[in-house]
Design a protein around this ligand. Structure first.
Ligand SMILES: CC(C)(COP(=O)(O)OP(=O)(O)OC[C@H]1O[C@@H](n2cnc3c(N)ncnc32)[C@H](O)[C@@H]1OP(=O)(O)O)[C@@H](O)C(=O)NCCC(=O)NCCS
Length: 215
């Protein structure tokens, strides 16, 4: 555990780490550029986010709505999360959602390619004090735009719990269309949860590029 809390460059040299553990060079995130939207900056999570991340993520109202967040959520979990985003172990493009005006950490989002090579999966969460300000929609739209503009993908998928009214609304505001229902694992609940599956295909995205049309 102590090792997990070490900051980059402390104690273990990168040569001593396995290739999987070794932080990827900066170029590894060139596919994940920093994203700017009217009120937000989406950037790579880093060590300075750990305290805010641990504070905001330690919330059952968040953990029970996403599939892979532990609950309770500790500072060690946050440090481990930041470390794994650097190695690419969590996903290729995990972002911290931050306020453009003061840099405050609000939550996280990410976009992950499917093995089929044609599809990416969108995910996000916001700290509860920041809900209902339109931030998740703004972040999801920025991520979606980036993914379609920079990648050779046909569609982006998003899933939300059937009971997750706010996330369903975010997905709908981004122009995704209902595809079906299913079950996914929930780490926090220790079982499976019913989810709805939505998809935004490239053609629909192109017709909504001004985004105003989808609201
Ligand atoms: C889902 C979540 C990311 C939404 O973040 P947010 O920044 O509040 O989202 P936005 O403000 O962009 O949009 C939320 C929409 O849901 C609506 N909404 C929120 N709670 C609602 C409720 N109980 N009933 C009806 N609508 C609701 C808001 O009114 C808003 O819609 P509007 O713009 O048409 O008014 C946030 O609630 C969250 O992090 N929840 C826990 C984790 C989670 O669910 N992640 C997504 C997993 S699929």
């Amino acid at each position: 555990m102590q090792t997990e809390l070490l900051r980059e460059g402390q104690s273990r040299s990168s040569q001593a780490r396995s290739p999987e553990e070794r932080p990827r060079p900066e170029r590894s995130r060139t596919d994940c550029p920093i994203l700017l939207s009217p009120r937000l900056v989406l950037r790579a999570p880093h060590e300075d986010d750990i305290d805010a991340l641990a504070h905001l993520a330690n919330n059952a109202n968040i953990a029970t709505m996403v599939s892979r967040m532990p609950h309770p959520y500790t500072v060690a979990d946050a440090a481990d999360f930041v470390r794994r985003t650097k190695t690419g172990a969590i996903g290729k493009c995990v972002y911290a959602i931050t306020k453009a005006d003061n840099g405050a950490f609000l939550g996280c989002c990410g976009i992950e390619p499917h093995p089929d090579g044609r599809t990416a999966e969108l995910g996000y969460w916001l700290g509860e004090p920041h809900w209902n300000n339109g931030y998740a929609t703004e972040a999801a739209q920025a991520l979606t735009d980036m993914a379609f503009r920079t990648r050779d993908i046909d569609q982006i998928d998003a899933r939300c719990r059937v009971m997750n009214v706010a996330s369903r609304r975010v997905i709908q505001k981004c122009g995704f269309q209902f595809q079906g229902s299913g079950m996914v694992d929930s780490l926090a609940l220790g079982g499976t949860i019913a989810v709805e599956w939505y998809r935004l295909d490239r053609k629909t995205w192109m017709s909504l590029r001004s985004w105003g049309a989808s609201r």
